[in-house]
Design a protein around this ligand. Structure first.
Ligand SMILES: [Zn+2]
Length: 132
């Protein structure tokens, strides 16, 4: 009986037991994870990308889009995202990206508020400006 094919890579824990074996151009048998042939490397990258996206935990497609128009709506959005992250229904990377979006929204709101205050100060003659 012939030995079953096995990946030639030795791991710290012993021989690799990976599957999707193939004899590569250099004559070595490698699993897809340890593949060195460019075509198989590309296949591995595609596999990893698909697997990563499929495992990503996201909210339902009909989830309301973020509303940055008010402090109340931003607070509600943050609460939803934080709850989803804490309960494990939303991938942490997506949650962090959304929270960063709210942070930018808050910064934009702050700039808007500064502009309004500056306009009021100019109108009241408290600050030198172009308007009356
Ligand atoms: Zn391997």
């Amino acid at each position: 009986m012939t030995e079953p094919l096995r990946c030639i890579v030795e791991l710290a824990t012993g021989p690799c037991r990976g599957n999707s074996l193939a004899v590569e151009a250099d004559g070595g048998v490698r699993c897809l994870t340890h593949a060195t042939d460019p075509v198989r490397v590309r296949r591995r990258e595609e596999r990893n990308l698909k697997g990563g996206l499929a495992r990503l935990r996201v909210l339902e497609l009909d989830t309301k889009p973020p509303d940055l128009s008010s402090i109340r709506s931003m607070r509600r959005g943050l609460e939803t995202v934080m709850h989803a992250m804490v309960t494990g229904t939303l991938d942490e990377r997506i949650g962090r990206a959304v929270i960063e979006g709210y942070r930018v929204g808050a910064a934009l709101g702050s700039l808007e508020l500064q502009r309004i205050i500056s306009d009021l100060e100019r109108r009241l003659g408290l600050r030198a400006g172009k308007s009356a």
